[in-house]
Design a protein around this ligand. Structure first.
Ligand SMILES: [Zn+2]
Length: 363
């Protein structure tokens, strides 16, 4: 069968030896292709040099042998291909750079601790304005703040909280008033016809007092303020505007048959005390000359309109009280009325405390 003898070549495939005599160059390309395929399979298996083919271009073979060898090699390669498998240990993907960079970014998120602070500023401040708070501790317990938690050890180790301090322990000072602001305020009072007089600086110690106090006897021309009241000029100005722009017009509608308002009856103006007249706690705005309490209005005829609980009062007088209470927030920064709490069932508490951001508390 063989035209001439040729040296055999050896192909070692997985400990199996075959004698391969290839005579035609056409199969060289086929075997090279098969070798390339085997090499790729070897790479997948991480097994280098699984097969070494030594091919001689001068070898010859008749057609039958060539076909047989080609089929045999194809079967061997097919067997190797079917045995190909993925590496035992698949490569583990590295974490994305983006994920690593986002992780620390989350640390920049605003801490939730700051939220209670803003809330705690709100309620305690508003409650601090109440001259006679029946429940001063309620806001503190309702909204726990970072300041509340260290309160317990503070009692033992540190200074007392303001709510636990007496007026003397708070070391307050009287807020100075600029001459320019006071002069401007006084001019506006004069233009409105408010009857008042400047009085000497009040200093009752421990922060109680008024730098530039005035004593008002008429809130507007012909409308007395009884008894005469002492407070800072901005209180008198807010009171005069409130009366002129809302109380008097509302009274003309609600109590038209009683004539004009003749007197505003006040229950409290400047007085040195803490809120609730308590022994400890925040100082009242009355002690700074920032507040006035209005108990009733007198008319030319008829009965006084007293400030009292009127939530269920469906009369015009009830509507009058609710109207002037709501309108008070346009002029004062704090308005407490009989619907606020039991301590204000007999009067409006009106003050001009300046808060951060122009915040107002009006019930
Ligand atoms: Zn008051």
């Amino acid at each position: 069968m063989f035209r001439r003898k040729i040296p055999p070549s050896f192909c070692r495939i997985k400990n199996m030896s075959f004698v391969v005599n290839i005579s035609h160059r056409r199969y060289l390309d086929l075997f090279n292709h098969v070798y390339a395929t085997l090499a790729n399979v070897a790479k997948l298996q991480r097994n280098m040099q699984p097969c070494v083919l030594i091919l001689h271009e001068k070898t010859t073979q008749d057609g039958l042998v060539r076909k047989t060898l080609a089929i045999a090699m194809s079967l061997v390669c097919l067997a190797l291909l079917t045995s190909a498998r993925l590496p035992v240990q698949a490569p583990v993907p590295l974490p994305k750079p983006a994920e690593a960079s986002e992780a620390p970014a989350s640390g920049d998120v605003p801490k939730p601790e700051q939220k209670p602070e803003s809330g705690s500023e709100k309620k305690p401040e508003t409650r601090s304005d109440v001259p006679a708070e029946p429940q001063p501790a309620a806001p503190d317990t309702a909204t726990p703040t970072p300041e509340d938690k260290p309160a317990a050890p503070a009692e033992k180790q540190g200074p007392k909280l303001p709510s636990q301090q007496t007026l003397e322990e708070q070391h307050l000072t009287i807020a100075p008033e600029s001459e320019a602001d006071h002069s401007e305020c006084v001019k506006e009072l004069q233009s409105l016809g408010v009857v008042f007089q400047d009085i000497s600086r009040i200093d009752d110690g421990n922060g109680c007092g008024i730098d530039k106090p005035i004593k008002v006897s008429e809130v507007l021309p012909g409308i007395k303020l009884k008894p005469d009241a002492v407070f800072r000029c901005p209180v008198a100005l807010a009171l005069a505007r409130w009366m002129k722009e809302t109380v008097i017009p509302a009274a003309r509608v609600a109590a038209a048959d009683q004539g004009a308002i003749t007197t505003v009856n006040q229950a409290s103006s400047y007085i040195c005390r803490l809120r609730n007249s308590a022994e400890t706690g925040k100082v009242s705005e009355h002690a700074r000359g920032n507040a006035v309490d209005i108990a009733s209005f007198s008319f030319e005829k008829g009965e006084d309109i007293a400030v009292k609980p009127r939530r269920e009062d469906s009369t015009l007088i009830g509507a009058f009280q609710r109207t002037v209470s709501a309108a008070g927030c346009l002029y004062f920064t704090t308005v407490l009325d009989p619907e606020s709490d039991a301590a204000h069932e007999t009067h409006f508490h009106l003050d001009v405390l300046e808060r951060k951001g122009g915040y107002r508390y009006c019930h």
